[in-house]
Design a protein around this ligand. Sequence first.
Ligand code: ACO
Length: 316
Amino acid sequence: MKRIRSVGIVGTGSYVPPKILTNSDLEKMVDTSDTWIVERTGIRERRISSPETTASSLALPASLAALQSAGVKPEDVDLIIVATSTPDMTFPSTACFIQDKIGASRAACFDLSAACTGFSYALETGQQFIATSTYKTALIVGAEVISKVLDWTDRNTCILFGDGAGAAVLQPVADNYGILATSLGADGRLASILELPVAGCIHMSGREVFKVAVNTMIEAVEKVLDSAGISQEDVSLLIPHQANIRIIEAMGKRLNIAQDRVFVNLQKYGNVSAGSTIIALDEAVKQGRVKDGDIIVIVAFGGGLTWGATVMRWGG
Ligand code: ACO
């Protein structure tokens, strides 16, 4: 029987492409307005990658930054898991391309699909490998070039998303630190309200997704806090999926977590799908909003429908 040990994030990194698409740029492309987009979503601008850019090319700088902040060499990485809905190819996996680009020659590699919840699913998957001592170091990546699977004539969806990547290094940490509890869920009966067909574009019933998103994310957060024996008041920072400010505010209110303890960066990037929460976590770390001993909650939802929450004590 392999030993169960505590596992935590020991380094983060992120990268977004330089090209900014503002709401006023979108006004020239579809029948929309800056006012509508800001009021209904909170998004002001998003990043769009160049035609030759792939998920792995965005993941490269994010991964190198995460390894550097963890003080880990690429050759010491045992496992790479990439959460993405916009892989470079169906195969090889995007994880294999990243392995080659960063020189992590010893790493096992695979991609994982859970839409915008992808990073939460990948984090828990990586955690399991390390907790059981199968591996010591995992690189968990959320990377998307979602701009390439949007219908740029559909105002219901094209205003919502953006490109980017984030990465986290997972390793064993001191007892009582790291990931304390995770809750993952899915409801395949709701598959059709948010979908990306093979070789197609994203379709979404926004209003239906909105309702399910708020309820499932609240339940997932309550569940992980309960499992970890932590109260809502003890949450230092909630890092929600960055899809819509109204979803985030509704969730914070119902969970009794004041907005100053909720991290928001969707105004700059829109919804980066599987990249969303890890880019937000990396920015929170860089802004000094995550300190040793802090209780951090990551929560996401997405196509599937899928959802997931993770509570962790930072540091150790
Ligand atoms: N500009 C102007 N008007 C618009 C736009 C736009 N970009 N998009 C829709 N409208 C119109 C609609 O056509 C509708 O007009 P009508 O009343 O004449 O029919 C009106 O605005 C209201 O539309 P609703 O869809 O009801 O607007 P709502 O307030 O629900 O906001 C939104 C829409 C922003 C999509 C919201 O429902 C939402 O955020 N839902 C959650 C979506 C989400 O988070 N998706 C990501 C999931 S993550 C993943 O896995 C990919």
